[in-house]
Design a protein around this ligand. Structure first.
Ligand SMILES: *Cc1c(COP(=O)(O)O)cnc(C)c1O
Length: 404
């Protein structure tokens, strides 16, 4: 295959059919839903099927579908049910949809630093943030590279704190052979356009804990006790239900997931082989106990050896080779966004920040050396299952030429 002068035009994209796996299987199930006339998951069969299939695939007792990854995180926090002002430890490098739900549930996000080489939180960075008000820990498996869950679960168990795994980027990644999202107390997933499989928008929640499962179900359903002898709206909760239309698409997508992740892994490993000895860049750092699922392929760029660092490399790849990449991933650590800097929440109240201890909202950069170093060095290459050997060759050659 010959790539055009501007190969960015030919690299498959997860924003359209070129980099997605949507096809006849999804259409067939969608047709069934439309013909049935039942579009709500409360009465239909597809959302239930999806929940069943996903629980089986992940190897967990319970799975629930919902409207988004952000919704999944909100529901997971509602399941833990913190008191207003309680603290949830999270990461300074993640999607905002993993953070705002903490505030909506009246709790305080407390940011742990990250390992600058994996961009993930670790037991070492979480430990100093634990206080008697910590009611949960959310770990994001960033870019599909698993956090070291053994150490994190040991730490959390020693303090009796539940762990939520934000596995939105890490479908079928593993730690010690166990699927990511099945190791912590609750797992959260996203089916947004750019994730491994998609329904446009959508989310999933997993747990092995019956009590969390019950509260998860209720938190998705306005806390209405479907099926109870005397159902009521038991507590404050929204409607986060997935529709049958999404359920049908997701059910079909799920059958393709193992192959999708395998293909991403194969091409990512090919790229690693081709570029691993180039000075100035480091290929993904993966703990030997972990399997990466390559939501993205990230390089760590050494600005002492590469002119302009990650920004310079991105610019050269774009201008000389037509390859798009994203230096920094997010422009700044989450805690430097206005919502946290200015505490803009409900009216002028600043709630729930008004309940926070000074330490919980101390965003002094000195506390976050790994975060700043990590954002400075990261270069995110888009990735998807439709990358071929030729695409990988082209990217590898481009990186080599630009850096030589
Ligand atoms: C995408 C993503 C979310 C949010 O999911 P949405 O479906 O976009 O709401 C949360 N956390 C992480 C790590 C994500 O990548």
């Amino acid at each position: 295959m010959v790539l055009s002068k501007d190969p960015s035009l030919t690299l498959p994209s997860d924003q359209n059919s070129s980099g997605r796996t949507l096809g006849d299987e999804e259409l067939a199930l969608l047709t069934k839903v439309i013909q049935s006339g039942t579009l709500t998951g409360t009465k239909g069969t597809f959302v239930k099927q999806l929940e069943h299939d996903f629980a089986q695939l992940l190897g967990v007792k319970h799975a629930y579908a919902c409207t988004s990854g952000s919704g999944a995180i909100h529901v997971a926090i509602a399941a833990i049910d913190p008191e207003p002002g309680d603290e949830i430890i999270t990461t300074s490098i993640t999607d905002m949809g993993a953070l705002t739900p903490i505030l909506y549930q009246g709790a305080i996000p407390v940011f742990a630093d990250v390992d600058p080489k994996t961009w993930n939180v670790t037991a070492e960075t979480i430990a100093p943030k634990i206080t008697e008000r910590t009611k949960g820990i959310i770990v994001t498996h960033l870019f599909g590279n698993p956090c070291n869950m053994t150490e994190i679960m040991e730490l959390a168990k020693a303090h009796n704190i539940p762990v939520i795994e934000d596995a939105a980027q890490a479908l079928l990644a593993t730690h010690n052979g166990q699927n990511i999202g099945s190791i912590g107390d609750i797992g959260c997933f996203s089916l947004q356009q750019g994730k491994h499989i998609t329904t446009g928008e959508g989310g999933l929640i997993t747990t092995n804990n019956d009590a969390f499962a019950r509260r998860t179900f209720l938190a998705i359903n306005k806390a209405w006790g479907y099926g109870d002898p005397k159902p009521d709206h038991y507590f404050l909760a929204l409607n986060y239900r997935m529709s049958e239309l999404q359920g049908a698409v997701a059910t079909a997508q799920l059958t393709k997931l193992t192959d999708i992740v395998n293909r991403r892994r194969t091409t990512a490993n090919q790229l690693t082989e081709k570029i691993k000895d180039i000075p100035g860049i480091a290929t993904p750092k993966i703990d030997p106990r972990n399997l990466h699922s390559y939501w993205k392929y990230c390089l760590s760029v050494d600005s002492n050896l590469v002119e302009g660092g990650a920004v310079g490399l991105a610019k050269a790849l774009k201008e000389e080779k037509g390859i798009f990449s994203a230096p920094r991933y997010i422009q700044k650590p989450a805690f430097q966004c206005e919502i946290f800097r200015e505490q803009r929440t409900f009216g002028k109240s600043r709630f729930p920040f008004t309940l926070a201890s000074p330490e919980a909202v101390d965003y002094n950069p000195d506390q976050y050396p790994g975060t700043f170093a990590g954002l400075e060095s990261v270069l995110v290459l888009p990735w998807n299952e439709n990358y071929t050997d030729e695409h990988v060759d082209y990217i590898a050659q481009a990186i080599k030429q630009v850096l030589s």
